[in-house]
Design a protein around this ligand. Structure first.
Ligand SMILES: Cc1ncc(COP(=O)(O)O)c(C=O)c1O
Length: 370
């Protein structure tokens, strides 16, 4: 079956682009002596996780426990990106730690005390990395406070310090490729301060992990880091294109849609809206992103407004577009696009090849109330 014979809207995954992205990033990580544990919240798909393992992933970074549980069967290391701090979630984390080589991340004594108490009861020692704030100002202690926090956490006998983790997500405030190196330098300095001071205080950092897609190509040379966690690299999107991290042909996910109305001069409407694209325009207000996606082959069009099922496109000047035309739109952010669907259609050279199931979105599969 050809892509052109599909009903619209459809979430498409260009398999050549996906495989090319996997090959490029994983080979580069290996060539530079780094492990790549991808952040899998991007795809939430066992099939894509297996492709990552085939490409060389030695672990996974997970956005939540559902993701961690799903990949705990794949025989690789599993790390949860954020702390857990409820009896129920700690119990699940302990259950996962009994099944695979599992790592938590911590940044404070409150959650640590709760986890330590439950781990003691379960007769298990939970491994963790200390989260260092690399400038995103979300989780983590400041690098100069790493030793102080590591000492406090060392009091908990059912927790084992394994090193540090961070995420330079503030890089998404960059408006061009020229601005990215400053974030890589900031990440380097933060990690250096934390690791050097921890080492001097007698702590061994077996794991020094960090990552994002835009900083990947710089941080791959960071001698302190041994594990990288890009996530979006598998698909890329308009946000990555806006900072020259990806070219259009390296964006693996797009929405296939039909132009269904041309009600006013310069206004065209397609049959895909927020349920395909989401409303993301860049997490940090990147104003180089215009509208809600890149309409391939139509630089004159801007997807300037969305409702749930339809998108409004403005034509700036002449356009060949007409009602009935099919368009391919690269979303601003491919992660919510994948989270909005239970499958993507894998296409190669215009032909449908296979379905990629998005099988571990949270609450997508009822496994009993938990
Ligand atoms: C903690 C953490 N690590 C890694 C990543 C992956 O970053 P990116 O999607 O830029 O590759 C994310 C993404 O949000 C994250 O939250």
């Amino acid at each position: 079956m050809k892509q052109s014979e599909l009903m619209t809207p459809a979430v498409i995954c260009n398999l050549d682009a996906l495989e090319g992205n996997l090959k490029r990033y994983h080979e580069a990580a290996k060539a530079n002596g780094k492990e790549l544990w991808p952040m899998i919240k991007t795809h939430k798909s066992t099939e894509v996780a297996r492709m990552q393992v085939a490409a060389g992933a030695t672990g996974f970074l997970c956005g939540n426990l559902e993701e961690a549980e799903a990949v705990s069967y794949l025989g690789k290391k599993v790390m949860l990106a954020y702390p857990v701090a409820s009896k129920e979630n700690i119990a699940k984390a302990i259950e996962i730690a009994k099944k695979c080589d599992f790592y938590l991340r911590l940044d404070g004594v409150e959650a640590a005390a709760m986890i330590d108490a439950q781990a003691k009861e379960a007769g298990i020692v939970m491994k963790y990395t200390l989260i260092i704030n690399a400038g995103l100002d979300r989780f983590g202690v400041k690098p100069e406070d790493a030793v102080d926090m590591a000492k406090k956490l060392a009091e908990f006998k059912n927790l084992k310090f394994m090193g540090i983790s961070t995420h330079p997500g503030q890089v998404y405030a960059a408006k061009s490729a020229a601005e990215v190196p400053a974030y890589i330098e900031q990440e380097y300095n933060v990690i250096k301060t934390a690791v050097d001071s921890l080492k001097a205080a007698g702590f061994t950092c077996e794991i020094v992990s960090t990552g994002s897609t835009p900083t990947f190509w710089g941080t791959i040379h960071n001698e302190y880091v041994n594990v990288l966690h890009p996530g979006n690299y598998v698909f890329h999107d308009t946000i990555q294109m806006s900072i020259d991290v990806a070219k259009e042909e390296e964006c693996a996910v797009y929405i296939y849609a039909t132009v269904i109305s041309h009600p006013q001069k310069d206004l065209y409407i397609c049959d895909a809206g927020t349920k395909c694209f989401a409303l993301d325009q860049g997490a940090h207000g990147n104003d180089s992103i215009k509208g809600y996606g890149t309409i391939k082959g139509h630089p004159e069009l801007t997807m300037y407004a969305l409702s749930e099922e339809v998108g409004k496109m403005h034509a700036d000047g002449p356009t060949t577009l007409k009602v009935g035309d099919k368009i391919e739109v690269i979303p601003n952010h491919s992660c919510p696009t994948f989270n909005n669907t239970s499958y993507a259609i894998g296409v190669r050279g215009g032909e449908v090849e296979r379905i990629i199931h998005v099988d571990f979105r949270e609450n997508s599969t009822f496994k009993g109330i938990r």
